[in-house]
Design a binder for this molecule. Structure first.
Ligand SMILES: C[S@@+](CC[C@H](N)C(=O)[O-])C[C@H]1O[C@@H](n2cnc3c(N)ncnc32)[C@H](O)[C@@H]1O
Length: 296
């Protein structure tokens, strides 16, 4: 039996399977649809009241990946803030390259936006700028967003404090994170029951909320309910199915490398009502997430 590999140790593969995960969410299930419809009220209007004179609007994107969500957010922000500078952090070169390609394709709708990409994790970046090398103060931003990425922060309390410190007065920290009832969280919990501490616990909105509370940082946000088409997971030989399974378990080649008892347990549990439901002949996994706005 080959050894199981954590997908975060292969960021190119991570980004490949995440693209499949997004595709299987479909347009309606994706965050992009939420950004196109709700982001204006949740973020743009708040920022326009609080940072009216921001010119340019300074944005920091954490774990921006292929940039689809960042670009969708920028398309909502640009009519209100015609000049926007973006500092983008992602440790995956492949993801940053995808983002750069997308910016070229969207040249017309992103007029006024400029970008600087940094191939590093949030911890690498924050450690560097908070070490105050040469006495320099950390840069400030009007909007810092972290969409589906704080799961991987080594020290959540410190990360949130640093991000909050880097906000301009009136600025906004915008986080999207899954909630406890999401299938991916259930699967991680199930795996850790079978093989003790196999995967790091992924953070949820509850943990982010508790950490913000402990630092007296008020926030708002309500759960969004979406689904992922997961029938392919149960079709041997389906590449989409293998990718979904790998993302849900955060394991590369899970079907081939997991011990039999773990694979059987996960596949069985994925059919449990805690993890999925059936609609119109399709098995749907739960993709519940919470957009959290933290004003300064
Ligand atoms: C689930 S994807 C989200 C991508 C994008 N925000 C989106 O919603 O489409 C997570 C991204 O975080 C990046 N990532 C992983 N660990 C990270 C870390 N410690 N700091 C910053 N980004 C990280 C990955 O390379 C990946 O692009």
């Amino acid at each position: 039996m080959a050894e199981m590999k954590y997908i975060l140790n292969d960021l190119d593969y991570y980004s490949e399977v995440y693209q499949t995960y997004i595709r299987c969410s479909g347009r309606h299930g994706s965050i992009q649809e939420w950004v196109d419809t709700a982001f204006k009220e949740e973020v743009v209007e708040k920022l326009s009241k609080r940072c009216q004179s921001a010119d340019p609007l300074k944005v920091l994107g954490i774990g921006s990946g292929a940039g689809n969500i960042d670009c969708a957010m920028l398309e909502q922000l640009l009519p209100t803030f015609p000049q926007i500078t973006n500092t983008i952090l992602d440790p995956s070169e492949a993801q940053n390259d995808r983002f750069k390609k997308l910016v070229n394709e969207k040249e017309d709708t992103l007029k006024g936006a400029s970008f600087e990409w940094k191939t590093e994790t949030s911890d690498q970046y924050l450690d560097k700028i908070f070490s105050c090398e040469g006495g320099a103060q950390p840069p400030k931003f009007h909007l810092i967003h972290a969409v589906h990425v704080l799961y991987y922060a080594a020290d959540l309390k410190q990360t949130l404090k640093r991000l909050h410190d880097m906000l301009e007065d009136g600025g906004l920290l915008f986080i999207i994170i899954v909630s406890r009832e999401c299938t991916i969280i259930k699967v991680h919990e199930n795996m850790n029951e079978i093989v003790t501490d196999l995967r790091p616990v992924l953070l949820t909105d509850e943990m982010i909320g508790a950490t913000l509370d402990s630092q007296n940082m008020p926030y708002s946000g309500e759960q969004v309910t979406r689904y992922i088409k997961g029938t392919s997971v149960f079709k041997e030989g389906s590449q989409d199915g293998d990718h979904l399974l790998d993302f849900l378990t955060h394991s590369k080649d899970f079907r081939k490398t997991a011990p039999d008892n773990l694979r059987e347990s996960v596949l069985k549990y994925l059919r449990d009502p805690e993890c999925s439901m059936e609609k119109d002949g399709e098995i749907l996994f739960f993709r519940y997430w919470v957009p959290m706005s933290v004003p300064k």
